[in-house]
Design a protein around this ligand. Structure first.
Ligand code: ZN
Length: 498
């Protein structure tokens, strides 16, 4: 029987979670329907709500309750999880002094301007001084939070609790030895898809109707979520009962909305699958960004770019888009699975994507540790690009200046994308073992059993397990590269005839 102290604790955590939910909805509104002139007022509203959230999250009262609950040492799994994870977030929040937080906010805003200018002129040198300053501040954050092996761990912990850089490195190193030659073999393959198929005109209204149909098949609950249009697609979940997806639509490039929404829909199913009874507490929250991304990539790639899926849905697709009527399924399937090393991460396919992340990881670790001088980043970037992708950027804009993340002060964030790819393959392989008929179900458009399996094994647990622990429990292994490589080889070897 949870104690009175625990009752108070839960009502406090739910309180600041509500502030976070309100902030999320204000942010969603800003990206989807806010009129232009609302921007200044909106930033005040967001700052106000963020202030309330921070104040409650770092209150002395919450600290006292945590101390008491840790003494009570309740073994109930819900209580233990909520106390453990709230402690982690509380310590992270209170250990960093307010002055340091303010200074980071100030320098981050300068860094974004410097990054924009540097990228426009394709001149990394213009970004160097502010990036150095920001790195110095983030190192101070890492020191305040505390770390054992390297400061990078303290920063990555914000996005991927419980995962250490050295462990990720081991898996990335193994993956590199297989993935680099695999991509090279595809590059030299005699067969290439006809990509003009992807640019055939598909009216936007029909794209909206078709993607809604796909999301319904995925069991996305439209009574507990909706889809709107924004410049950059995202999923923002207030609660499992209110999940907002967004997409963008191009009449002459349907993959943006189709695979974009299957991706965001995967995030959305995770949010809808969290236990509503635990909203506003760690037991009702997602594990990490890497696990979140595993859900989006699983639906986007393992399902959405599979032949089985299209055997069911291609007829409907052709019926919706007259311009596709004469395109055989095989040509379509090949085109949506085009693999080609390219400079820009956000345009990368599912095979080469990981290499972009491994490149950033190889720079971020020494950059944070201070063993790689900031001014040397372009040279290192280009050398890594050649080593991993077999191509060298011709300038900084298509190389080390392409992403804004470093200017936002986000370090240790990039790896979560590739952790998502790796975990998605591990989970999908485990689902296939558990459900031998899974592929046939997908071939018939029956996606509910897969959604149920993910809900049962991953979503409903909230933060009960950390990512490596959850992976081990569900798949028998912590982070691993084998299922990912097996998936890629089984799919792409026959496609490219290699
Ligand atoms: Zn995502």
């Amino acid at each position: 029987m949870p104690s009175e102290t625990y009752g108070k604790f839960v009502s406090l955590t739910k309180d600041y979670a509500i502030a976070g939910q309100i902030g999320g909805l204000l942010g969603w509104d800003q990206e989807t329907c806010m009129p232009e002139k609302g921007a200044a007022d909106r930033s005040n509203q967001l700052a106000f709500i963020a202030g309330i959230e921070h104040e409650r999250q770092t209150s002395a009262e919450l600290g006292n309750l945590l101390d008491k609950l840790e003494q009570e040492a309740d073994e109930d799994v819900v209580v233990a999880t909520n106390v453990r994870e709230t402690r982690r977030e509380y310590d992270r929040a209170i250990r960093v002094p307010t002055d340091l937080v303010k200074e980071i906010a100030r320098v981050t805003s300068l860094a974004q301007d410097a990054w924009r200018k540097a990228r426009a002129e394709s001149n990394f040198a213009l970004f160097v001084p502010t990036l150095e300053r920001l790195l110095d501040l983030k190192r101070q954050v890492a020191d305040k939070i505390g770390w054992k092996t390297e400061p990078f761990d303290a920063l990555m912990d914000e996005y991927e609790p419980g995962t250490k850089a050295a462990d990720v490195q081991v898996v990335f190193d193994r993956l590199k030895t297989k993935l680099v030659p695999f991509v090279a073999a595809i590059k030299d393959a005699p067969r290439r898809p006809d990509l003009s198929i992807l640019k055939r005109p598909c009216p936007i209204e029909q794209q909206k109707a078709f993607t809604r149909r796909v999301l319904e098949a995925m069991q996305f609950d439209f009574k507990a979520g909706r889809v709107d249009t924004s410049t950059h697609p995202f999923c923002s979940g207030a609660t499992p009962n209110d999940v907002r997806l967004t997409s963008r639509y191009f009449e002459d490039y349907f993959p943006a909305s189709l695979f974009g929404l299957m991706h965001e829909g995967g995030h959305g199913l995770y949010e809808q699958g969290l236990d509503a009874a635990h909203v506003g507490t760690p037991m009702g929250s997602s594990v990490s960004l890497g696990i979140h991304e595993s859900q989006s990539r699983l639906w986007e790639n393992q399902v959405g770019r599979s032949r089985a899926f299209w055997e069911r849905f291609y007829g409907e697709f052709q019926a919706a888009f007259a311009s596709m009527a004469d395109v055989p399924l095989d040509d379509f399937y090949f085109a949506i699975n085009n693999v080609k090393p390219s400079f820009i991460r956000v345009e990368a396919d599912e095979v080469t994507y990981g290499l972009h992340i491994m490149l950033r990881f190889a720079i971020e670790r020494p950059m944070i540790a201070g063993t790689l001088a900031v001014r040397d980043i372009p040279e290192k970037w280009n050398a890594l690009s050649q080593e991993l992708l077999g191509i060298t950027p011709s300038n900084d804009a298509e190389g080390c200046l392409q992403d804004i993340h470093w200017a936002f002060g986000m370090y240790g964030y990039f790896p979560t994308y590739q952790l998502g790819n790796l975990y998605s393959a591990q989970f999908f392989a485990a689902a296939k073992r558990a459900m031998p008929g899974l592929e046939d179900q997908i071939r018939r458009g029956e996606l509910a059993p897969l959604r149920e399996w993910l809900r049962e094994n991953i979503h409903r647990h909230g933060k009960r397990y950390r990512a490596p622990e959850l992976a081990k429990l569900v798949t028998g292994s912590t982070l691993a590269d084998e299922p990912y490589m097996e998936y890629l080889e089984a799919k792409y070897k026959p496609l490219y005839g290699i």
